[in-house]
Design a protein around this ligand. Structure first.
Ligand code: HEC
Ligand code: HEC
Length: 286
């Protein structure tokens, strides 16, 4: 039976097998509420209703705007949701499912909002006039900047090519807004990837890209990204991208810098038009 659940999840992506999923889900004995979530009604029962849109907007501001921006056009770590461009399915039922289940392996959390609350949010998102980020750059030139001129790929992997000091960027166009990408490049310290500056661990995300400097008893200083840390040891990916394990008893100091290892790409290093080229390339990665 263990293989059945993933198989169901995969099948749930295809509309044609919805009915059989409902039957199977019943056979598996899930509660009525959970079943409703596995197989939400295809259409939003409150589409276009003014009250629903108003309530959806308030719910969105409270729960979603920290990542998706106050008007859903992006701003924090989440993508623009007002461009009518859906990576995880564009039907009402698809969006319902994304909101309740989240997107595993990304910053998008699951939610335990009531079904009607979720539909209100869907009604709100559907009511927004599409906001498209104006793209003036050239994605091919952006790709060359990424892999050659600017050396982004020294630290970042895209589709299997590149380094591992920074986050993998193969899907960054789907997962982030352009505003976030600009900040990541111009001011890498502003919003660190994967919740480094989230001391309360608000969304339960791991601290992945924490820049750490350790000083050994012999006075050697090693800078890197903490990959693992407990009371007794710390594992650092150093700037040469070698994984190094230290026992804390052998270290004089371990300091978390609360800043990015990524250089700030100022106007002098990367002009505004070249930034647009990079953006055109990065937003094409989905
Ligand atoms: C901690 C940040 C965070 C919060 C809070 C958050 N999201 Fe997201 N959301 C994301 C990220 C990041 C993605 C992109 C996932 C990916 O990489 O594909 C996403 C994706 C989505 C998508 C899929 C978009 C698509 O292209 O298919 C929807 C819909 C969505 N979020 C709605 C919501 C709603 C509604 C809420 C509030 C109830 C919410 N999100 C709260 C970060 C967040
Ligand atoms: C010396 C290594 C290094 C180089 C060179 C580098 N980066 Fe980064 N980058 C990082 C690290 C580490 C992070 C994670 C910490 C942070 O958020 O800044 C990061 C984060 C990012 C993010 C945010 C990813 C996310 O999903 O949160 C983007 C986008 C990005 N870099 C793009 C670029 C681009 C474009 C270039 C070239 C112009 C570049 N980087 C060059 C190390 C690097």
């Amino acid at each position: 039976m263990s293989g059945l659940v993933p198989a169901l999840m995969a099948a749930a992506r295809s509309r044609r097998v919805r009915v059989s999923i409902a039957v199977l889900a019943l056979a598996l004995g899930c509660g009525a509420r959970v079943c409703a979530r596995e197989n939400p009604t295809a259409a939003n029962p409150v589409t276009g209703e003014a009250q629903a849109i108003k309530e959806g907007a308030a719910l969105f501001r409270a729960n979603c705007s920290p990542c998706h921006g106050p008007n859903a056009a992006g701003g924090g770590r989440g993508p623009n949701l007002s461009a009518n461009h859906w990576t995880h399915g564009s039907s009402d039922a698809d969006i319902f499912r994304t909101i309740t289940r989240g997107v595993p392996g990304t910053d998008m959390p699951a939610n335990d909002l009531e079904d009607l609350e979720v539909w209100n949010i869907v009604a709100y998102l559907r009511s927004l006039a599409p906001v498209h980020a104006a793209m003036s750059g050239d994605a091919n030139r952006g790709e060359r900047l990424f892999f050659q001129t600017q050396g982004c790929s020294v630290c970042h992997m895209v589709n299997g090519r590149g380094g591992v000091l920074g986050p993998e960027l193969s899907r960054v166009g789907a997962s982030r807004s352009s505003a976030y990408l600009v900040d990541s490049i111009r001011e890498p310290d502003k919003v660190l990837s994967a919740a480094q500056l989230d001391p309360n661990d608000h969304y339960g995300l791991p601290l992945v890209y924490d820049t750490v400097t350790v000083t050994t008893a012999g006075g050697e200083r090693i800078v890197g990204i903490a990959k693992n840390e407990d009371t007794f040891s710390i594992q650092l990916l150093d700037t040469q991208q070698n994984l190094r394990l230290f026992r804390k008893s052998e270290l004089v100091q371990v300091s978390h810098e609360q800043k990015s290892l990524m250089p700030r790409y100022t106007e002098a290093m990367l002009s505004a038009p070249r930034l647009q080229d990079l953006l055109a390339y990065l937003t094409s990665l989905r």
